[in-house]
Write a protein that binds this ligand. Structure first.
Ligand code: 2P0
Length: 320
């Protein structure tokens, strides 16, 4: 869709998400088309709110958590090219005001919720009236994982087969899991060395281990569907943890090596394994950073908090 005349103002919210079956590797870099399908859970009230308003002048203005961003690179440059997909060259420039209520130190990518909220706000501003599937496919152009942040709850991003990518979008699963908990464990605020975009490309290009990743992801996806269907927490946790560690194995086997872990990450993994050994159904997942995201159930929250007092607990299926 492309339209010249925006409305006066538009605002939208999108949740952050944590993948239980990870997206790692692209078959098309320009369109962010994945090599494997992925499945995530959205984080309810944690995410990004984005407000769009037309402004006078020759350039867009991008504000992130109250700070005006340079348009030269990073998030703001991606935002401007994303907006250009939806407007004519002569169309008014926009102010993009984004607030993340996500603890960035916990290693939650703000690009997923950020581009999903931006896509929802664009749809409102230009009155496109896109379907949820179209919103998801277009959000994917900003950042792959943003396709999943269009929806709440459990979300699957299907790979699609079309060259134009319009069938590579997410869809929400019908199932809910009220006592499902995610714990955000902030271990270190050390800035990550290599971003996801460059990291997954390096893995695809240099890691022989990556060849087995699509098969593993397909099998894990099936197991996670089964676990959700049967509300089998141990199957869900075990599959998600093995999926994350397998993704990290492909990263480590890249060259130059990509090791996102810090000593604190390994210590926390060992603590999770020790607690599990003692009978606590506790699992973890990890993304392209040093922090862990713990997976457990509401009835075990006190025990988990006792072991990890600084944990920020999210109940994705409970209304705020
Ligand atoms: C995921 N990650 O499934 C995986 C696991 C990080 C590790 O999706 O290049 O920021 O914008 O499509 O979406 C982060 O990758 O990458 C990500 P682009 P994106 O959550």
């Amino acid at each position: 869709p492309k339209q010249a005349q925006p409305g006066p103002q538009a605002s939208a919210f999108a949740p952050s998400n944590i993948a239980l079956c990870k997206y790692w590797g692209k078959r098309d870099k320009a369109l962010n088309l994945p090599i494997n399908p992925s499945l995530s859970v959205s984080l309810g009230q944690l995410g990004s709110r984005t407000e769009l308003s037309p402004i006078d002048g020759a350039e867009d203005r991008v504000i992130l958590n109250g700070e005006v961003q340079s348009l030269e690179g990073g998030f703001a440059a991606k935002v401007v090219s994303f907006l250009d997909l939806f407007r004519q060259p002569g169309s008014p420039r926009l102010q993009v005001d984004t607030h993340n209520n996500i603890p960035t130190a916990a290693g939650l990518a703000s690009s997923a919720s950020g581009f999903a909220a931006l896509m929802l706000a664009v749809d409102k501003l230009y009155n496109f009236g896109l379907s949820p599937e179209q919103l998801s496919a277009f959000a994917r152009l900003g950042s792959g994982s943003a396709s999943r942040s269009i929806f709440e709850g459990f979300v699957e991003w299907q790979m699609g087969v079309r060259d134009d990518g319009m069938d590579s979008h997410a869809r929400p699963l019908a199932q809910s899991w009220p006592n499902f908990r995610i714990g955000l464990l902030t271990l270190t605020s050390a800035a990550k060395s290599v971003g996801s975009r460059a990291g997954m490309q390096r893995t695809v290009d240099t890691a022989h281990l990556y060849q087995s990743w699509p098969l593993q992801a397909a099998a894990d996806l099936e197991r996670i569907h089964q676990a959700i269907e049967q509300q089998d927490f141990e199957l869900l946790g075990a599959t998600a943890e093995q999926n994350a560690l397998s993704m990290h194995a492909t990263m480590i086997a890249s060259w130059p090596p990509l090791l996102y872990w810090q000593p604190e990450s390994v210590a926390a993994m060992q603590q999770v394994w020790a607690l599990r050994e003692q009978g606590l159904p506790l699992y973890f997942t990890m993304d392209a950073g040093p922090n862990l995201k713990l997976l457990f159930q509401g009835q075990d929250q006190q025990a988990v908090l006792k072991a990890f007092p600084s944990l920020q607990v999210v109940a994705p299926f409970e209304a705020a």
